[in-house]
Every structure is written in C-alpha cells, then in structure tokens.
Write a protein that binds this ligand. Structure first.
Ligand code: CA2
Length: 143
C-alpha cells in the first residue's frame, strides 16, 4: 500500500493569516491544507502543526517509519533546534524543506539553518505556492 505524504508545520504557523501578511501572506494554514488536499488527488496526506519542539521530533521519527516523503516547514526551530536536526539526520525518507518567506534574505538570526543540511530539497520565498511545488515533487517521488 502507498504510504502517506507527511506535511509537518512548526511553531506559530497556526497564526498564519492573522498578522504579518506582507511577509507570510493572507492565507491561513487551514487554507493551505485544503488546497494541498485537493491537489493530492486521492493520495493520503497527513498535515499537522505543533508549537512543541519535542512533538515535532516525535512526528519526524514517526514520518520516517510511516510516510513516503516528509514536507517540513519547521518555522523558527529551523534556526535553533539541534534536536530536530538530529531527528532529520536519522530520518530515512526524502525531506523537502519549505518556507513561505526567504530566511536567507532576512535577519541575521535566521541565517543558521539546522534543517537544510538534512534536506533532499529546499523551497523558500514563494509563499504558500512553495507547499504546492513541494507536494508536486513529493507525488513524483517513488512511494
Ligand atoms: O518563512 C517561513 O515559512 C518561516 O518558516 C516562518 C517562521 C520563521 O520563524 C522562519 O524564519 C521562516 C515563522 C512562522 C510564524 O508565522 C507567523 C505568522 C503570522 C503571525 C506571526 C507569525
């Protein structure tokens, strides 16, 4: 049986659409989930958000066992979490990193990235379309 594609979202992404639309756009995370669900065309998606670093680590470990591909927007943990980095290094499925904004063009504290060195591919700066491109690529990867 084809394994699901996991789409995991980190801290504060539940606030999308409420503030800073000039950086993150007007869509909510539910809007993004609904669009990806439609795009998935029957393929099973597991789309989640957490504000907790430990939960994100648990879900990455789960994805490695249960999913075919992991799409991850780790939010600010991208720039801080060695625990997340270690979990991603141990993860044996393809990892597509997504960011709505382009952290490379932002503040100095966003220039450290603990996700990218473990990623198969990274998409940044394309807003919510980045999730669509990631899902398109994930669906073309071997299940
Ligand atoms: O651009 C991205 O997708 C980020 O992962 C978003 C994170 C940020 O810390 C990363 O550097 C880049 C922040 C997500 C919080 O989003 C908010 C949305 C609305 C209001 C407040 C925060």
């Amino acid at each position: 049986m084809t394994k699901p594609i996991y789409v995991l979202n980190g801290p504060n992404l539940n606030l999308l659409g409420t503030r800073e639309p000039e950086i993150y756009g007007h869509e909510t995370l539910d809007d993004i989930r609904d669009r990806l669900q439609a795009q998935a065309d029957g393929r099973k998606l597991d789309f989640r958000q957490t504000n907790s670093e430990g939960t994100l680590v648990d879900w990455v470990q789960e994805a490695s066992r249960e999913a075919s591909v992991l799409i991850l927007n780790a939010g600010a943990y991208t720039h801080t979490s060695v625990a997340l980095h270690d979990a991603l290094r141990a993860c044996t499925i393809p990892l597509i990193e997504v960011h709505l904004s382009n952290p490379a063009a932002r503040e100095a504290f966003r220039q450290t990235n603990y996700v990218a060195p473990a990623a198969t591919a990274s998409i940044a700066g394309l807003g919510s379309r980045g999730y669509e491109f990631a899902l398109d690529a994930a669906m073309k990867m071997k299940a």
